[in-house]
Design a protein around this ligand. Structure first.
Ligand code: ZN
Ligand code: ZN
Ligand code: FE
Length: 763
């Protein structure tokens, strides 16, 4: 029997080869009808025998093009028509607001094969791409996603490229960045100051490779920004890069040629292999093997190494050429090209100005990067991804929430800032913007807001911000002129972010272990137990409040924090611990005793700092979280460790995780000569016990079983590994972040969830 159906498909269905896929499928099955785009996504009318229609729908839903993602599908029957052909309708120029912009995608296997095939017309062409791969988000100026609205606008398609572009049966049908050596962008190599072009096209690659082999630092223009590249096996060269970049110890990422090559230097299980080779091509933090050729300066003292695979054709060519030259697997440091904490460089002129003091030469091209997107960074813990940075490859894919409300602008926190826009129940989290502590970062923050509003066609009706009065994002929000505003507590936003990811809106227990966040009482919070939901919460427990002598300075010098915790634990009569001999303790003790410049905090991050300094002698740090990372990495096996004494006290309905007993017990262990790895393991285990005991007490009082974990401290692998099973053992149900990071980069998501509910209720 002949039937005709009208289908509607929504999700990531634009710019991913969806319509040609539908066309080819229909033609193959001998079906008639048409496919087109409109404001609600892709619509299809399809006519044929029932059995063939069933196959069509099955393949449509279960085997869409690699980059498509169907989030909604509807069908209904309509009257049969008398037309035999299937065709693609031209785009309606009306609003495409409901369709989604694809993230940037790594070079696909087909393009890679062509890139390395001497008989292909794009052999060694660094900008080869197709409907299944290539730049997207980083080159889109405006929607609908069409070539004139991208940074490819200035490159007119040659006849060969145009015929691919116009042929529905071609892999490059409507591939907006389609290009070839005749009509597309080109590369060249410049001297560091940009005064001289050294070589062009293939010669530029050849010369780049020889510079790298010479230990030189190369600035390479990539997909979402510039990288600084240097031979990762050459310690002197890496040290030189660190000096010039003013980055002392923070680990650098390494690009390897293939998964096989990655396996030679790191332990990689199946889920890690899958993540490493995914189309997003993130940096994956992997366990280093022993005796590997990677220079110590790449990730000093770190047990893990951030690896990534090549994701642009230019990367592939560089690594393949390096391999051919040397016969050994190339290991290339590829680190974001920026000055200390400033945003990554994206523009040629900017590169000439800002990178000339760091790089020895610049490998440039003339396809503009419109939008910055740093490499994403993840780690696998068992089967679960732990995000450190969700950026290139993932942005701007939305996170879908249950609640629907007016469009919101959520401005995030201060460090690791991201912003979010909402449309219906979709939350569009921006790429990594960074720490809003310098002018370029502040400008990037503002331009990201403008750009995202533009490409997503969202006009926010209200703004949501953090309560911290000194955050740049907060001040910006308050000055923004929005009539409807909502300020939300930092750790409540952390909690709401996990809840949003798991569609939870019943009361939960929130264990939020964090660095710092502005508390409702005007003090700095960061080790909190909440009971509540997205709309409201009650603080039911906290880490004991401690003083941070010297404020920000103490965060760079954890020994000050250790001193403060011990001073309190021993009531001023300090024990004889080795680390105290290395520092000028007297002025700090005075600060504490006179209560001068020593703000109070319940931060869990500071607790880690204190233990690292006291037991491991980590006196000063060079990047955020360094002390905690070293403490964690040095740890002996937690499951076999003993525990320290601790106590949890209840006062006025608030559970306090007291730290005096813990610190006295730890200090005794240090003076008894227990080694650092064992102390670290015991500390982790004790903290896990303290957290789960407290959660159980809250459970007994409230009956609530669901526990959500968030805050920067949950980037700690040992906590993520051992706390959830411990809580489950106590009969609780645990929820962790799955699509975003536990750190402050997901505050904007929590703000969105809270804002949607708040403003929806107000309507
Ligand atoms: Zn491709
Ligand atoms: Zn061409
Ligand atoms: Fe936080």
């Amino acid at each position: 029997m002949i039937k005709r159906l009208r289908l509607h498909v929504n999700g990531i269905v634009q710019g991913v080869g969806f319509r040609p896929f539908v066309y080819n499928l229909a033609v193959r099955l001998g079906l008639s009808g048409f496919v087109g785009n409109n404001a609600e996504g892709v619509f299809i009318e399809i006519q044929g025998k029932s059995a063939d229609l069933e196959i069509f729908i099955d393949q449509l839903i279960h085997q869409p093009p690699p980059l498509a993602e169907i989030s909604q599908f509807t069908q209904h029957e309509i009257p049969v028509q008398n037309k035999a052909k299937f065709f693609i309708q031209h785009s309606e120029k009306a609003s495409l607001a409901a369709t989604l912009i694809s993230p940037d995608v790594a070079l696909c296997d087909d393009c890679r094969r062509e890139l390395l095939d001497p008989n292909n017309r794009r052999y060694r062409y660094p900008f080869i791409n197709c409907t299944n791969c290539g730049p997207r988000y980083t080159i889109i100026r405006d929607i609908p996603y069409d070539r004139p609205k991208t940074t490819m606008a200035g490159f007119e398609l040659c006849p060969a490229c145009r015929s691919e572009y116009e042929n529905p049966a071609d892999r490059r049908f409507h591939a907006q960045p389609n290009a070839c050596p005749v009509c597309g962008p080109q590369i060249w190599l410049e001297s560091a100051t940009g005064k001289m072009v050294l070589s062009q096209n293939d010669q530029a690659l050849v010369q780049s490779v020889s510079l790298l082999l010479d230990g030189k630092i190369l600035a390479v223009k990539g997909l979402g920004g510039f990288h600084l590249a240097v031979d990762a096996t050459n310690n002197l060269a890496v040290v030189r890069l660190r000096q010039r970049k003013n980055r002392e110890q923070k680990p650098l990422a390494v690009m390897v040629r293939s998964l096989q090559s990655a396996r030679q230097i790191c332990e990689i299980d199946e889920s890690e292999a899958r993540l490493l080779s995914a189309a997003q091509r993130p940096i994956v933090l992997l366990k280093k093997k022993n005796h590997i050729p990677v220079a110590e300066a790449v990730a000093p003292g770190n047990h893990r190494l951030g690896l990534m695979l090549p994701y642009t054709p230019l990367h592939v060519l560089l690594l393949e050429d390096l391999y051919r030259q040397t016969g050994t697997e190339p290991l290339l440091v590829m680190t974001s090209a920026n000055l200390s904490e400033e945003p990554i460089v994206i523009d040629n002129e900017e590169a000439r100005q800002r990178l000339s003091a760091i790089a020895d030469a610049l490998l440039l091209h003339n396809r503009d990067i419109l939008i910055r997107a740093d490499d994403s960074v993840l780690m696998m813990i068992g089967q679960q991804p732990l995000y450190f940075r969700r950026s290139r490859g993932y942005v701007p894919r939305p996170i879908t929430l249950k609640s629907v409300g007016p469009s919101l602008l959520c401005v995030g926190a201060e460090l690791k800032n991201t912003i979010a826009l909402t449309r219906g129940g979709q939350v569009f989290l921006s790429q990594h913007i960074g720490d809003l502590e310098n002018l370029p970062a502040n400008q990037f923050f503002e331009s990201s807001i403008g750009h995202l509003q533009n490409v997503l066609e969202i006009t926010p009706q209200a703004i949501v911000y953090d309560l911290h009065p000194n955050y740049f994002s907060t001040q910006w929000a308050l000055a923004s002129g929005f009539e409807k505003k909502l300020g939300v507590q930092h750790h409540h936003a952390h909690m709401a972010a996990v809840m949003a990811e798991h569609d939870l809106d019943e009361p939960v227990i929130g264990i939020i272990m964090d660095g710092t966040g502005y508390g409702l009482d005007g003090t700095i919070w960061g080790g909190e137990f909440f009971h509540g939901a997205i709309g409201s919460f009650e603080r039911v427990g906290q880490l004991q409040v401690q003083r941070i002598p010297g404020g920000k300075q103490a965060i760079r010098e954890p020994w000050r924090i250790a001193l403060s915790y011990l001073h309190q634990a021993f009531d001023g009569a300090l024990p004889d611990l080795p680390f105290l001999k290395n520092h000028a303790v007297q002025p700090v003790i005075e600060m504490l005793e006179k209560d001068f410049n020593a703000p109070k905090t319940s931060s869990c991050g500071r607790l880690f700092d204190a233990v690292a300094a006291m037991a491991g002698g980590i006196g000063t740090i060079h990047y955020e979280g360094q002390a905690a990372i070293e403490l964690m990495q040095q740890s002996a096996e937690v499951s076999r460790a003993g525990i320290f004494d601790f106590d949890i006290e209840e006062s006025n309905g608030l559970l306090i995780l007291r730290l005096e007993t813990l610190f006295r017990s730890m200090a005794r262990a240090v003076t008894d000569g227990i080694r650092f790895p064992e102390i670290s393991a015991r500390f982790h285990k004790t903290l896990i016990e303290m957290l789960s005991h407290t959660a159980q007490k809250i459970h007994l009082k409230t009956g609530t079983k669901k526990v959500v974990l968030s805050g920067g401290v949950f980037q700690n692998e040992l906590l993520v590994r051992y706390l959830p099973p411990r809580l489950e053992q106590a009969g609780l149900k645990v929820f962790l972040h799955q699509q975003v990071s536990p750190n402050d980069s997901s505050i904007a998501l929590g703000q969105a969830a809270m804002g949607l509910q708040y403003f929806e209720g107000k309507k």
